[in-house]
Design a protein around this ligand. Structure first.
Ligand code: GLU
Length: 422
């Protein structure tokens, strides 16, 4: 067997999920063999002059999984655990996510193994610009369009856009999404993922006959996805009883004052985390997942819900804000327990959907209002939710498998039409 350098626990999980969907769809064997692997995987060295004068060489990645439906699309992650296997898994999930949402885009992901909380703004900028320069021949509005992911934000996207534009000699806003509005970003992109998670929860609640006001939720991860999802849930009358981030979490059975917690993290907290939050009792990230609540949102790292803790979950709805938070073993347990799962490629698709709107607006130099953005986002997510629900009923499969089957099938059909370039 040839060495498959990009395989790792995360990519094993992504590939196995794909195989289950492919078997169920009786997918053409040749198409299936191709889709198990990325189109292309880049590993780059990112030398960066650190504040103390020495040059640190970070390792960066960009994995492009499939572009049969359109340009590659996917975020850039800055996190110490970033590696080729994880980025490959995330790239594959982007392919299914874009196809499920009906976007004319393929799947990619990038990242740099680093701890952004430990490097200065200047170092972060230099690292970002050098990483962009290293992958510059493989990105572009027609080829591959990066976006924010864990550890990156609109400032990082602005540096990517500027570096790319400097190399071209003119402004190219369409090379990345999730940019500041001032340089061609879109209204509503920052909130899109968290907002989308809540739109799918609203549809799940309707389907299950759950009246949301007064219900309880716990949210793991208080970044761009978790904090917005918590705020939007509070906005529809849900009591958010626990939130957490990498420093730990806080729990109050009566509900936390989410707007004030967000204010605390943004303005008062020393390190922009929940550390020292004055509301609620401390709770660990692991214990948060096992709290009794109606809605649980993992919105942090992958593989948090495993064969080890899935049996202890006490929620009714699990809405996956994170990518790949639930392992295959955990899926079996959740099915037995009757927990309704809104899978990642559906629940968190709001981010890439509004990224798609941003890219379209950049290509046309014509911008939409936030109302238009949110309405179109909600329409796409609601349609996708019911397509997945219908598929799960028709095929008698869980929501994750149904979502994967729709995404994989769309990509496979496109591949069969286009044929093999020989
Ligand atoms: N990083 C986000 C995701 O995992 C968004 C990707 C994008 O907007 O291209 O879906």
């Amino acid at each position: 067997m040839a060495t498959v350098e990009w395989r790792s626990p995360a990519s094993e999980m992504a590939v196995r999920q794909f195989e289950i969907a492919a078997e169920r769809l009786h997918l053409d064997k040749n198409v299936s063999a191709r889709l198990k692997r990325p189109d292309r995987a880049l590993i780059v060295s990112v030398p960066t002059r650190m504040n103390d004068g020495h040059v640190h060489v970070f390792t960066g990645y960009r994995v492009q999984h499939n572009d049969v439906l359109g340009p590659f699309k996917g975020g850039i992650r800055y996190h110490p655990d970033v590696n080729l296997g994880e980025v490959s898994a995330l790239a594959m999930w982007m392919t299914w996510k874009c196809a499920l949402a009906g976007l004319p885009l393929g799947g990619a992901k990038g990242g740099v193994a680093c701890d952004p909380s430990k490097i200065s703004r200047k170092e972060l900028q230099e690292m970002t610009r050098r990483y962009t320069a290293e992958i510059i021949n493989f990105i572009g509005p027609e080829m591959d369009v990066p976006a924010p992911d864990m550890g990156t934000n609109e400032q990082v996207m602005a540096w990517v856009m500027d570096t790319y534009s400097q190399h071209k000699g003119y402004a190219v806003p369409g090379v990345v999404t999730g940019k500041p509005v001032d340089i061609g970003g879109t209204q509503g992109r920052r909130e899109a993922t968290g907002r989308g998670v809540v739109y799918t929860i609203i549809e799940a609640a309707k389907h299950l006959g759950i009246d949301l006001p007064g219900r309880t939720a716990a949210v793991q991860g208080f970044g761009n996805v978790g904090s917005v999802a918590a705020k939007e849930l509070a906005g529809v009358g849900v009591k958010v009883i626990a939130v957490s981030d990498r420093t730990g979490g806080f729990y109050d059975a009566k509900g936390l004052p989410i707007e004030r917690v967000i204010d605390y993290v943004g303005k008062t907290s020393k390190n922009s985390t929940l550390e020292g939050c004055p509301w609620g009792e401390p709770v660990s990230n692991a214990d948060l997942l096992e709290l009794k609540c109606d809605i649980l949102i993992p919105a942090a790292l992958g593989m948090q819900i495993t064969g080890g803790n899935a049996g202890k979950l006490k929620c009714k709805v699990l809405a996956e804000g994170a990518n790949g938070p639930t392992t295959l073993e955990a899926d079996e347990v959740l099915k037995e327990k009757g927990i309704f799962v809104v899978p990642d490629i559906l629940a968190n698709a709001g981010g890439v959907i509004v990224s798609y709107f941003e890219w379209v607006q950049d290509l046309q130099n014509f911008f939409w209002t936030e109302e238009e953005i949110n309405k179109r986002l909600r329409d796409i997510l609601t349609r996708a939710f019911y397509e997945v629900l219908d598929m799960s009923r028709k095929e008698k499969v869980d929501m994750r498998l149904a979502a994967l089957m729709i995404g994989v099938n769309r990509v496979a059909r496109a591949m069969l039409w286009r044929g093999l370039y020989a």
